[in-house]
Design a binder for this molecule. Structure first.
Ligand code: GLY
Length: 253
């Protein structure tokens, strides 16, 4: 059961955020409205949402999930690989100090983005991607083990982060796109495959018995409804333009 979420309002500088997508520049006012709807969806999942102020110095800082890993036992401040995002962690540390007695940090030469970390029960799958390197992943595994949890790595060659292409949607069930559909790393799970044309729909958030899904993926939505999921669809088109998904926009604990 999660009780809290942390989000950060996007600043006007959002329009200069990092992206590899060809979807165009986010429309700021629309992004703000979508952020409000996203917060409302988290509140419908019974979360108390802490809304941090916009930080214009960091265009991607609304993607708070990348700067910390929050576990039941400790929080870990990450070390984003992208130079324009490295400084985002400083503002998250004092916020997490209000909630956590134990806070660890990824150290150089490690790099790690929270978007590359998928928790399933006490185990954390860590994507080795263009943002998360082996040193960062090894440090995270060592920290998790110290707190009685475990971690393992998964290669990521498609999409920005691990959770761009795979998320947990039910007990022992993953929604997976592309390279993750047949990945040996997930062979113990039941896989719901996302069709290629709906890859953007693989990033869901499972919270307190409900499932947040990006709007605009009817084939994914149908599949999840067939599984008996209680769905809340949220339009995050302006964040998708920056390669952002639903998970990227909050920390949940
Ligand atoms: N635009 C999000 C990121 O590249 O980190």
């Amino acid at each position: 059961m999660f009780t809290k979420a942390i989000v950060r309002t996007p600043g006007c500088s959002l329009t200069s955020g990092l992206t590899a997508s060809k979807l165009g520049t986010p429309v700021y006012q629309k992004a703000l409205e979508q952020h409000r709807q996203y917060i409302a969806a988290l509140e419908r999942c019974s979360l108390d949402v802490l809304i941090l102020e916009a930080d214009e110095a960091f265009p991607d800082s609304t993607f708070v999930e990348d700067v910390a890993i929050v576990t039941p036992k400790c929080a870990i401040i990450t070390r984003p690989a992208a130079a324009s995002r490295r400084g985002e962690t400083a503002a998250m540390l004092p916020v997490l100090e209000d909630f956590y007695s134990y806070i660890e940090k990824i150290q150089p030469p490690g790099t790690l983005d929270g978007g590359d970390v998928m928790q399933v029960d006490q185990h954390f799958y860590i994507g080795l991607s263009s943002r998360t390197n082996r040193a960062g992943a090894d440090q995270l595994i060592e920290i998790l083990q110290r707190y009685g949890m475990t971690g393992s790595t998964v290669p990521v060659t498609e999409g920005l982060h691990l959770k761009t292409g795979v998320t947990q949607v039910a007990e022992n069930t993953l929604l997976a796109a592309g390279e993750f559909i047949a990945s040996p790393n997930f062979s113990d799970f039941r896989i719901l495959p996302v069709p290629e044309e709906a890859n953007g729909g693989a990033n869901c958030i499972r919270i307190n018995g409900k499932l947040l899904l990006s709007a605009g993926f009817p084939e994914v939505s149908r599949q999840l409804v067939d599984q008996g999921a209680e769905l809340i669809e949220v339009d995050i088109s302006e964040y998708a333009k920056l390669d952002g998904g639903l998970t990227c926009l909050s920390l949940r604990f």
